[in-house]
Design a binder for this molecule. Structure first.
Ligand code: GLU
Length: 433
């Protein structure tokens, strides 16, 4: 296996020590593991791993107090082998080039697992949105869009929401890009508000996809979702809708958290009535009525049937994985489990549905939005959800088949499927010149 990876042009981990706390190193370890199961021609693995283009921009923004601040922004197009580059833009203090490179590669594999005709990209601006006003966020978004406008476009690279960006951010990007183009270009971004060309169902799509793979996992494991207990880490777009949809399905969501801390009720939380309403009123889930306080770390170790990490990367590590008690982990976030935690979870027989499969519902409905924008014809929400269900279910079964055949984890199986699909496209397109 090791030899095969090296024969493909990848260096051995012995000579390139990996720091698994770094998402880029973790992504590389997963990729390399998949390559060891594939018979790729020399050079192919390196071609697939290294990707295409990285843009780094430094740009000034006028702040509310009149001062000028310079921000660093990134857009990485990892692959365009299977179609235009696709992936979100995040606003977060941890954003740097390596993080965005890793997330762009994850998008390549995610789109390939979903079998939608996109490559992978990601972008980000290093900033701390909770400390910024709406006006500052708008000016950052518009100037960043101007900086990368030459590199994006409906046929080139299509951004979408990610951590701390949302439909409003996408509307600003679409507007700025359209002003530069001289006409309205809805297809330059997905995840837009429905009133400016967004798709029905996109808001809840990532969570809806998470729920479909949880349903498939439970079916596979013989677990009844009625009455199953759930903990959800993160209460942004993905966490909120996942908790809501699972409780509507009859699960007991017993713990939820956000950046400030978590809430717990062993009888099940009233997700919408208590937790969401409290968040809307106070800005956090902490101290929602009828709940006890719990920390983010404690939430991950609760005795639940299903754990959904839906916050940020690097949450389940070698330090806490031994104490995780969930039977199913569905990764709503990108990269929440480190590679050594993966090994521990496999030994404990935890069924981990990896990010590039579990949270692929978001980009899949982004694909539907892009198709609708291209056709200028809009679909009903029921059509969107049933098409999403079909794609998620097929992807889940494709990955499960490989996991059983190769006797590997669902993560390695998903990477094998993805890398193989992108390799086929790269081979068919050939090398220019
Ligand atoms: N940011 C989301 C993700 O990580 C959605 C990407 C998209 O819709 O392009 O999958």
């Amino acid at each position: 296996m090791e030899e095969n990876a090296e024969a493909c042009g990848l260096e051995a981990t012995e000579t390139t020590p990996c720091d698994e706390a770094k998402l880029l190193d973790a992504a590389y370890m997963h990729f390399r593991e998949a390559v060891s199961h594939l018979m790729l021609e020399p050079g192919m693995a390196e071609l697939l791993w290294r990707g295409s283009r990285s843009y780094v921009v430094e740009f000034p923004v006028r702040m509310d107090d009149g001062s000028i601040r310079v921000f660093s922004g990134y857009r990485v197009q990892h692959s365009t082998h299977r179609g235009p580059a696709k992936g979100g833009i995040r606003f977060h203090p941890s954003v740097d080039l390596d993080e965005i490179k890793a997330l762009a590669a994850l998008m390549t594999w995610k789109c390939a697992v979903m079998n939608i005709p996109f490559g992978g990209a990601k972008g980000g601006v290093q900033c701390d949105p909770p400390e910024l006003s709406l006006g500052e966020l708008e000016r950052i978004t518009r100037r960043f869009t101007w900086e990368i406008a030459r590199f994006i476009g409906p046929e080139r690279d299509i951004p979408a929401p990610d951590v701390f960006t949302n439909a409003q951010t996408m509307a600003w990007i679409m507007d700025t890009y359209s002003i530069l183009a001289g006409y309205t270009v809805p297809g330059v971004v997905t995840g837009k508000p429905v009133d400016v060309g967004g798709s029905l169902g996109r808001e809840a799509a990532t969570a809806q996809g998470v729920v479909y793979v949880i349903r498939e996992s439970a079916h596979y494991l013989g677990m009844d979702l009625q009455g199953a207990t759930v903990a959800v880490q993160g209460f942004g777009n993905v966490g909120w809708h996942t908790a809501r949809l699972l409780s509507e399905l009859g699960c007991f969501v017993i713990a939820i958290s956000d950046v400030f801390g978590g809430v717990y009720n062993d009888k099940g939380l009233a997700v919408r009535r208590d937790v969401r309403a409290h968040l809307d009123a106070t800005g956090s889930v902490v101290n929602a009525p009828g709940t006890e306080s719990i920390s983010n770390a404690e939430l991950l170790e609760l005795d639940v049937d299903i754990l959904v990490p839906a916050a940020i990367e690097g949450q389940i590590t070698k330090d806490n994985a031994t104490r995780v008690k969930a039977r199913i982990i569905a990764e709503g976030a990108n990269g929440p489990t480190t590679p050594s935690a993966d090994v521990i979870l496999a030994e404990k027989n935890v069924f981990v549905v990896p990010d590039i499969l579990a949270n692929g519902g978001g980009v899949t409905v982004s694909y539907f939005e892009w198709v609708q924008n291209t056709q200028k014809l809009f679909w009903q929400e029921e059509d969107i959800n049933s098409r999403l269900d079909a794609i998620m279910t097929r992807a889940f079964r494709d990955v499960l088949r490989i996991a059983e055949r190769e006797k590997v984890s669902m993560r390695t199986a998903a990477y094998i499927l993805a890398v193989e699909r992108v390799a086929v496209a790269a081979r068919l397109r050939g090398i220019f010149p």
